[in-house]
Design a protein around this ligand. Sequence first.
Ligand SMILES: Cc1cc2nc3c(=O)[nH]c(=O)nc-3n(C[C@H](O)[C@H](O)[C@H](O)COP(=O)(O)OP(=O)(O)OC[C@H]3O[C@@H](n4cnc5c(N)ncnc54)[C@H](O)[C@@H]3O)c2cc1C
Ligand SMILES: *[C@@H]1O[C@H](CO)[C@@H](O)[C@H](O)[C@H]1NC(C)=O
Ligand SMILES: *[C@@H]1O[C@H](CO)[C@@H](O)[C@H](O)[C@H]1NC(C)=O
Ligand SMILES: *[C@@H]1O[C@H](CO)[C@@H](O)[C@H](O)[C@H]1NC(C)=O
Ligand SMILES: *[C@@H]1O[C@H](CO)[C@@H](O)[C@H](O)[C@H]1NC(C)=O
Ligand SMILES: *[C@@H]1O[C@H](CO)[C@@H](O)[C@H](O)[C@H]1NC(C)=O
Ligand SMILES: *[C@@H]1O[C@H](CO)[C@@H](O)[C@H](O)[C@H]1NC(C)=O
Ligand SMILES: *[C@@H]1O[C@H](CO)[C@@H](O)[C@H](O)[C@H]1NC(C)=O
Ligand SMILES: *[C@@H]1O[C@H](CO)[C@@H](O)[C@H](O)[C@H]1NC(C)=O
Ligand SMILES: *[C@@H]1O[C@H](CO)[C@@H](O)[C@H](O)[C@H]1NC(C)=O
Length: 495
Amino acid sequence: MRVSILYPFSCLLSAALVSGEASEAACDELASVLPNSTFYPEAPTYNASISSYPFLQLRLHPSCIVRPNSPHDVATALSILKDSNCTKFAVKGGGHNANAGFNNVEDGVTIDMQSLNHVEVALGDEVVRVGAGSLWQDVYDVAEKRNLTAMGGRIGVVGTAGFLTGGGISFFSPEHGWSCDAVVNFEVVLSSGKIVNANATSNPDLFAALKGGQFNFGIVTRFDLKAYPATTLWGGRTVYHPNATESLLTAYTNFKMGEFDPYAAGWVTVRYNHTAATFSPISIMWYTKPAQKPGALKQIMDVKPQLMDGKVEAPISEHTRNASRQVVADPERTIWTTTSFSISPRIMHRIHKLWADLVPEVSKQYAYAKPIAELTFQALPGPPRNGSSPNSFGFTADETPEKDLIFLQIIFTFTDAAATEGFEEALKDFLKLIEGVSKEEGVLHRYKYLNFAASFQDPFSSYGGDQKETLKKVARKYDPQGVFQLQVSKGFKLF
Ligand SMILES: Cc1cc2nc3c(=O)[nH]c(=O)nc-3n(C[C@H](O)[C@H](O)[C@H](O)COP(=O)(O)OP(=O)(O)OC[C@H]3O[C@@H](n4cnc5c(N)ncnc54)[C@H](O)[C@@H]3O)c2cc1C
Ligand SMILES: *[C@@H]1O[C@H](CO)[C@@H](O)[C@H](O)[C@H]1NC(C)=O
Ligand SMILES: *[C@@H]1O[C@H](CO)[C@@H](O)[C@H](O)[C@H]1NC(C)=O
Ligand SMILES: *[C@@H]1O[C@H](CO)[C@@H](O)[C@H](O)[C@H]1NC(C)=O
Ligand SMILES: *[C@@H]1O[C@H](CO)[C@@H](O)[C@H](O)[C@H]1NC(C)=O
Ligand SMILES: *[C@@H]1O[C@H](CO)[C@@H](O)[C@H](O)[C@H]1NC(C)=O
Ligand SMILES: *[C@@H]1O[C@H](CO)[C@@H](O)[C@H](O)[C@H]1NC(C)=O
Ligand SMILES: *[C@@H]1O[C@H](CO)[C@@H](O)[C@H](O)[C@H]1NC(C)=O
Ligand SMILES: *[C@@H]1O[C@H](CO)[C@@H](O)[C@H](O)[C@H]1NC(C)=O
Ligand SMILES: *[C@@H]1O[C@H](CO)[C@@H](O)[C@H](O)[C@H]1NC(C)=O
């Protein structure tokens, strides 16, 4: 209701028209104007696009897929969709957000950005220009040829666009902060069809909003990222014996509570495999100054007994390429959720115990779906400091979330769609219990990292201060008709 008051032209009013018919008409019009970029279900390109989603729940079937080749194509597609009787549409970057419907749509139109994947080093090696359909592997491969790198993802197959507009945690985040804060310019197509830049001096309100506000203002077509000198990284995956779990949690707690080391990055996970009935503690950590390794990672690397030690020193692109192999191997279904807390001596142990006591029971109910459950503890980056441009997360420059805070990823991965609702309910219960324990311990924190939030969460309300109100104002200013609120039906919305 609030939406129709805010936006006089309301797709809510014409809900009856929102049907397959509207999207078929829109597809015909798209096909007539962008004949080489519009694909129907019979086309091999359509199938390839659907198959490129890494998780099965994301493989919805739109009436057609548009693959723009330029920002101008994006503007053309948007202008058709805007006047299309409220046809639902979605935008796909790398397609790695796990929430069904965020990056694809059933019956509507999906704009797949994958052809906008040009990466180049520009401005005297100061900037890496990244097409919004690029994956991080593309970025690292191009930049390293020039002895440069960027603040990107730690697994190569992940997309740049969702990652950067949701925040982005990089190998270098302990030292340099959020990846989105390394963006010096966004090129954006607005719902008016206008192509604009958002940077520190031009549209600064949009610049801040795109750093954490994701898909509520326009379609980003290019990111200009600050370039950093390429380095090698030392680190990777270590798998420990199950009876090392408590020692690993203690080591990570001590790592977080000890002196801050800006070169130590990564996470620890406990994985439960229901089919094997085993818990497996794992660390995936890197040191970005290999000459000084292992720094503060020492206590984590010393945890014994270890079953596998995959730590090596190698270029970033090699780490990210190897990590991709684990993801693409065997697509399944997955649901993620997240919450945050401040570190304290006991909190990781308490949360882990809660989870480990419940997870076999929940998994048993859906044993047919061969569940894997994961509980991951990971550090959050710090805010922009020294007068640099703000993002939308609402941390002040004197706060130190990089030292104090941990966020959780609580995940179920499974093979059978029939278990989806059960696992979603289980995650809601876990969240309630975990946040209860955190509150009791006095360490619960408001922040929910958008890129790992479940569709039933509201990351914008978790941002500090009046950030959500600010984001709403920016959305109204740059998208006055509410196209991205009303026609993009899924994704984290503001209204
Ligand atoms: C294997 C794996 C590893 C990961 N590693 C990391 C990590 O190291 N650090 C980290 O911080 N996160 C990580 N993530 C989380 C990651 O940041 C999110 O999954 C993110 O959504 C990926 O971006 P994408 O472009 O692939 O997403 P998509 O699913 O394509 O998009 C996500 C959202 O952004 C919107 N969007 C996409 N393109 C655009 C655009 N051009 N303009 C406006 N909106 C757009 C979509 O509509 C959607 O709502 C990882 C995820 C996976 C699956
Ligand atoms: C579509 O592709 C054909 C064949 O490659 C080309 O001749 C034509 O100009 C293209 N049309 C558009 C609108 O780009
Ligand atoms: C496309 O996918 C459908 C269903 O997934 C399949 O039946 C069909 O053979 C595929 N077509 C092509 C051209 O790959
Ligand atoms: C919108 O729907 C109306 C009623 O069905 C139809 O007359 C009109 O042609 C449609 N417009 C577009 C752009 O599809
Ligand atoms: C790459 O950068 C490193 C570190 O700045 C430097 O030592 C090295 O000489 C450079 N290599 C090339 C090929 O430029
Ligand atoms: C910011 O946008 C303006 C206007 O488009 C542009 O001239 C300028 O080069 C941009 N700045 C950066 C750092 O990209
Ligand atoms: C852990 O397991 C290893 C190997 O099975 C064993 O040697 C060790 O004694 C165990 N440690 C504890 C504390 O149980
Ligand atoms: C889980 O355990 C089963 C049975 O041992 C095994 O086949 C499977 O590969 C395991 N899955 C993962 C992700 O470890
Ligand atoms: C990547 O995998 C190859 C082959 O298994 C291995 O030799 C190499 O050390 C790995 N590198 C990294 C960074 O994991
Ligand atoms: C901010 O400035 C201080 C003092 O010059 C410096 O030590 C610090 O590294 C800077 N922080 C960032 C994030 O640039």
